[in-house]
Design a protein around this ligand. Structure first.
Ligand code: NCD
Ligand code: ZN
Length: 351
């Protein structure tokens, strides 16, 4: 039987870039109208490296989203100089829910990231001790490693040793893009999980070169071969609680994408749930969407599921070509599912 609507517990986005200032105001609504909570990435310029920065950023988000039923969950950006006491303070004070490891120069605004994981061992040990999750951008940055191999090489050189040395540290391998990553995560203890984006479920690397260069399909980690996309789809619909939703929605102005040195990032917040629903339906797994989107992430972070629900309906949804000065993921394309709204809008906290 073909479903015409689908009501699920309200989902959360376990990895999003909300930006700051005017762009925060432009993009926040797209996330806040769908997701109950979101883990907010700290790669602002300058990055969110102190508890004070994180609290101030959270205030700006709350201010910008006033009236929305949405909870921003904050993260700290790890640098070579991060103090373990600062991290513990942020966690105990309820300001941060995780720390983010960007290898220096791996992606947008990562130049202050960690140059060598050995330098943050005391921080990782403290996070392991207090129970604070580590979120990892899993790519090596060595220029002699092919861009398409950087995630797989990261597993071997950095992640596997890290998991071995800090066995109780909870780690999220963010926005996985390879079969190697899926297999690695599936083989680890419950402490290791992964987020999967809508775009990596829908496009492979050919999307960047369809009839010419397509900067709006460029993100990091970059999309890989078809065999990897298929492995990601299988993992997402598998029902394995280690794999859950994280959009990695990463908006940039069109002028900075369509440039001689275009920014990495795909703005998918306006289409994320429609895209995930489309993928799960194509895989014959619509009944598993709720676990992936609304349960498994909360479980991993030790948080309750949201009290309210989200309604999706089977209705053509044509993605706008532009939203402000941004080109969203799947611009101009039509999807079969659209977000109809919150089913129990009186429940849940208000900003
Ligand atoms: C992100 C951004 O623009 O902040 N870009 C991206 O391609 N995903 C950074 C990141 O998550 O790598
Ligand atoms: Zn990201």
């Amino acid at each position: 039987m073909t479903e015409t609507s689908l009501t699920i517990r309200r989902p959360d986005d376990w990895h999003v870039h909300l930006r700051d200032g005017d762009r925060l105001a432009m993009v926040l609504g797209e996330t806040a109208r769908v997701f109950g909570r979101a883990i907010v990435m700290p790669n602002l310029s300058p990055p969110v490296t102190t508890v004070k920065d994180a609290a101030a950023y959270r205030n700006r988000i709350r201010q910008s989203g006033k009236g929305a039923r949405f909870v921003p969950l904050m993260t700290l950006y790890l640098t070579d100089a991060t103090d373990p006491d600062e991290v513990e303070k942020g966690f105990r004070g309820g300001v941060i829910v995780a720390c983010k490891l960007y290898p220096a120069h791996a992606t947008t605004n990562s130049e202050h990231g960690v140059t060598d994981v050995a330098r943050i061992r005391p921080v990782l040990a403290r996070m392991e001790k207090v129970g604070l999750p580590l979120l990892v951008h899993g790519e090596v940055t060595d220029t002699d490693v092919d861009v398409f191999d950087r995630e797989a090489v990261f597993i071997e050189r950095i992640l596997a040793p890290l998991v071995r040395d800090f066995p109780a540290l909870r780690i999220v391998f963010e926005h996985v893009t390879t079969k190697d990553a899926v297999d690695f995560v599936a083989a680890q203890a419950k402490t290791v999980a992964a987020t999967i984006t809508p775009h990596h479920l829908m496009i492979n690397r050919n999307a960047m070169f369809r009839g010419g260069f397509r900067p709006h399909a460029y993100c990091l980690p970059v999309a890989k071969r078809e065999v990897h996309r298929l492995a990601l789809r299988k993992a997402a619909v598998s029902g394995n609680p280690k794999f859950f939703l994280g959009t990695d929605s990463a908006p940039h102005a069109v002028a900075t994408k369509e440039s001689a040195c275009g920014c990495a990032g795909i703005y998918n917040a306006p289409v994320a749930m429609s895209a995930y629903a489309t993928v799960f339906e194509e895989e014959g797994a619509l009944d598993r969407l709720e676990n992936f989107a609304s349960h498994f992430g909360a479980e991993f972070y030790g948080m309750p599921v949201n009290e309210d629900s989200l309604m999706l309906e089977r209705a053509p949804f044509t993605v706008p070509e532009r939203i402000g000065d941004m080109v969203p993921f799947l611009a101009g394309e039509t999807l079969n599912w659209r977000v109809a709204g919150l089913a129990s809008p009186t429940k849940g906290p208000v900003l």
